[in-house]
Design a protein around this ligand. Structure first.
Ligand code: UT7
Length: 312
């Protein structure tokens, strides 16, 4: 089987830390409520930085750690639902800022919080037929720009940030994927800037139920494809929306303590950035080593979901 290999990762978070306590001065909420329902204590919000600034920071770090030059990159994809512009795409702006060659395939992809894993598969497919065997994949979000800061149901959940990976094509190795979409504009919707701005609306309970269903079934499908059990894996990195969602799925699958990585306590839900930020934290800390078996799974507005099982 041919698989994309992640050569390196990077991340970029805005400096401004916003605690639950700070939000409790804007809406009727408390650190106790938010932490007990979500596992989130704080998140980062941009204070002037744009999506492209975060994307560039994460991409530069990943590129530097890969040892490659910008001219080696053949594909550049940015996963985001909060770009600075509908056009130009974030990936095109990255082409200029990073000095990628003009014949680099650059575009943005919107699969909401599942964007990074949709991107991983897209990049893998594109690399098969690309002039150069390396790709840059970024998940980058400024969700604070679409939050209604008077809605306590949503404003406490999200954060801004970016994560990136440099990938190499077609190494022999394990590679199983799962994808799904269920068109639904009722339970989670985001309007673009305009008369209804700012505008992220969500039926939290419905998304919660959906997340439990698709995370568990995605993970079971990936384990069946690989022919292994959950505790044969080295890491499970899910989209970091809510610690209760992850704990529930981990319990249902009888996973060992600590197998599912969690960092939403510090960053909240950063949508397409959450999985690459988590991978980067693990890699930087030396907790992700070559040969380890990793399973990633994401879900989000669309509704949409995706998962991948691969070797680090
Ligand atoms: O990337 C995908 C994005 N979305 C998600 O992952 C969201 C998935 N859903 C969730 O994480 C959870 O459903 C929430 C964290 C959003 C909500 O937790 P819940 O346990 O499902 O609470 P709930 O919506 O059932 O609300 C319980 C109560 C309600 O009050 P009443 O109606 O019982 O009087 C809410 O109004 O909690 C109230 N509430 C709050 N109270 C204090 C809702 N938000 C807050 C808040 N602070 N921030």
């Amino acid at each position: 089987m041919s698989a994309p290999r992640i050569l390196s990762t990077g991340r970029c978070l805005p400096e401004r830390v916003v605690t639950n306590e700070e939000l409790s001065r804007l809406v009727e909420t408390s650190d106790q409520w938010v932490f007990s329902r979500t596992g989130i204590h704080s998140r980062r919000f941009c204070a002037g930085e744009q999506n492209i600034d975060l994307a560039e920071g994460a991409a530069r770090q990943a590129l530097e750690r890969s040892g490659l030059r910008p001219a080696d990159i053949g594909v550049c994809v940015a996963a985001t639902f909060t770009p600075d512009w509908a056009a130009p795409a974030t990936a095109c702006l990255l082409q200029k800022r990073l000095g990628l060659r003009e014949d680099t395939i650059c575009f943005d992809l919107n699969a909401a919080c599942a964007g990074f894993l949709h991107g991983l598969n897209t990049v893998h497919a594109l690399l098969a037929d690309c002039r150069r065997p390396y790709a840059l994949l970024v998940g980058s979000e400024v969700i604070s720009r679409v939050l209604d800061m008077t809605d306590r149901n949503t404003c406490v959940l999200f954060g801004d940030g970016a994560g990136a990976a440099v990938l190499c094509r077609n190494e022999p190795g394990r590679w199983h994927t799962v994808f799904g979409a269920r068109g639904d504009a009722e339970v989670l919707q985001v309007y673009g800037p305009g008369p209804r701005f700012p505008a992220l609306r969500m039926d939290g309970r419905a998304v919660f139920r959906f997340a439990l269903e698709v995370l568990e079934s995605s993970i079971r499908q990936l384990l069946a494809a690989e022919g292994c059990g959950i505790n044969d894996l080295d890491w499970v990195v899910c989209h970091q929306a809510n610690a209760r969602i992850i704990d529930h799925v981990s319990d249902r699958l009888k996973a060992r303590e600590g197998l599912f990585y969690k960092n939403m306590e510090r960053f909240g839900n950063t949508s397409a950035a959450s999985i690459p930020i988590a991978l980067d934290e693990l890699a930087e800390a030396g907790r992700l080593r070559p040969g380890m078996r990793v399973l990633c799974a994401g879900f989000g507005g669309g509704l949409v979901w995706s998962g991948a099982l691969f070797q680090w």
